[in-house]
Design a protein around this ligand. Sequence first.
Ligand SMILES: Cc1cc2nc3c(=O)[nH]c(=O)nc-3n(C[C@H](O)[C@H](O)[C@H](O)COP(=O)(O)OP(=O)(O)OC[C@H]3O[C@@H](n4cnc5c(N)ncnc54)[C@H](O)[C@@H]3O)c2cc1C
Length: 434
Amino acid sequence: MMKAEYDAIVVGSGVGGCCAAALLAHQGKRVLLAEKRSYLGGRFSTVNRDGYLCATGGLAVPVGKNLEEVCQQVGVPSGVKPSTKVATWLDGKLYDHKSGVTRRIIREVAESPDEAQRVLDALNSAMQGSPPGNDISFRDWLNRTTRNHRIHGMFQSTISSLLTVNSHELPAGEYFKVIKVISPLTFGFIEGGSLALWERIGELVKKAGGDVLVGAATHEILVAGNRATGVRVRYQQASHEVRAPIVISNLGPTATAQMLGSFILDDDYRAQLAKITPTAIMWLHFASDELLMDYSAIGVGCSRRVNMIDVPSLEAEGVAPPGKHLYTVGAAPVDSIHPQDIKSEFDAVMSDLRDIFPGFDERCTVLTRTCYRGKWPGFRTVPGSRPSHLTPVENLYNVGDGVCPPGYEGSMGAAKSAQLVLDEILSRESLSAV
Ligand SMILES: Cc1cc2nc3c(=O)[nH]c(=O)nc-3n(C[C@H](O)[C@H](O)[C@H](O)COP(=O)(O)OP(=O)(O)OC[C@H]3O[C@@H](n4cnc5c(N)ncnc54)[C@H](O)[C@@H]3O)c2cc1C
C-alpha cells in the first residue's frame, strides 16, 4: 500500500527508474517506486506470449557495464548470460565477431584495396584524435571518403541497431563517442527474462521499507517555490498526494516538464527540451522448433531493413518453452524520426527474414510486431541532443535514456543516469551535513 511520505519517490520503473530506486534503497532510503503500467521494467522488460518471454523493448545488456555495476553495488544478481557466439550476416555469408572483423568486412565489400584503405584511414583518424563534429551526419561524413553503398550499408546496420537511427540522422561526432565506449563490449541476456531482474529489485526496495506499485500513474509533480516536494498519483481509481524531499522521474524530460503544473521553466531549459527528438524502431519476435542459426546474435548488413537478430533462448534459460527457440528482430524505418507507412516497413522486414532464413514462413511463427515511436520510442532522443539529469527544479532529477551522457546509450545509459543522480544526491546531502 501507499504511505503519505517517503524519503524518495521514483516515477516510472524503466531501467533508469529501477536502478535509481535500487541505489537509494541500498542507501537505506524508503522509496516509493510508482509505475503506470501493469509490469516493471518499461521498454526493457518481458511479457509472456504463448510461453515465450518477449522483450517489451531492449533485451541485450552490455556485460559488466552500468546496469551490472548497479546490480553488483546493491547486491542483486543481474542474471545476465553473456552471448557466446556473435557474427555479422552479409549477403548470405556469416563473419564471426573476433578481433579485426570490421576491417575484414570493409576489405571484402570495398571495390578496391585502395578504397578499403581510404575508409580504414578515415576511421582511424576519427577514432584517434580528429573526430568530426555534430554539424555533419555520419552518412555525409562517410560520403567524403566513399559512396560505395555496401560500405554504407554495413555502417547503417551498426548505427541503426545500436542507436535506433539511420546513418543520415546521426550526428557524425556522436558515432565516434558511442563506438569508443561500445565496441569493446560484449552483450548478454537476462536469464528467466528481464522482468525477473526488476522484480528482484522491487523486493530490495520493499525490504528497505519502501513500496513498489504498478498501475500507479503519476499526474503531477508537486513544487513549492523552487523545490520538488512530492507527486500526485492515480492509483486504484483515486488520486493520492505523496510527499518526499527527493523526486526522480523516469518519464523522459519532456513528460517530466509537462507535470510541473504552474512552475515556469527558464528559456535555456526550454531550448534544450525543444531539441528532443524521439526515434523509431521496428521490433518483431518469432519462434521456431528447430534452431535456425548457431549464433546468439547476428548483425545484418546491407539489408532492406533488418539490422539485428538476437536468439536469447540460446543463452538465457527460461525464455522459451523447452526445446523451442525465440528470436528478436530489430529494424530501422527509412525515416526513423517520422516513420511512415508502418505496414510497408514491416513488409520489407519480412522480405529480409525470408532472404536470411529460406523457408521462413513454413519454419517460423511470428509472435509480435511493434513499431516503437513517439511517447514509447526506440530512444527518447537522437544521441547528441540530450539534456542532463539535473532539472531547473531543486531535488527533481530525470533518469533514463533521455538524459544519459554522450557515449552511453540504451540500458547502459539509463543505468548510468541513475548512478549520476545518486552521486548528486549524496554530494548534496554531505554538503548540507557540514
Ligand atoms: C525495441 C527496442 C529494442 C532495444 N534494444 C536494446 C538493447 O538490446 N539493449 C539496450 O541496452 N537498449 C536497447 N533499447 C533501448 C532501451 O530499451 C532503453 O534505452 C531503455 O529501456 C530505456 O529505459 P528508461 O530508463 O529510459 O525507461 P523507460 O523504459 O522509458 O520506462 C519509463 C517507465 O515510466 C512509466 N511511466 C510513463 N508515464 C508514467 C506515469 N505518468 N506514471 C508512472 N509511470 C509512468 C512507463 O510505463 C515506463 O515503465 C531498445 C529499445 C527498444 C524500444
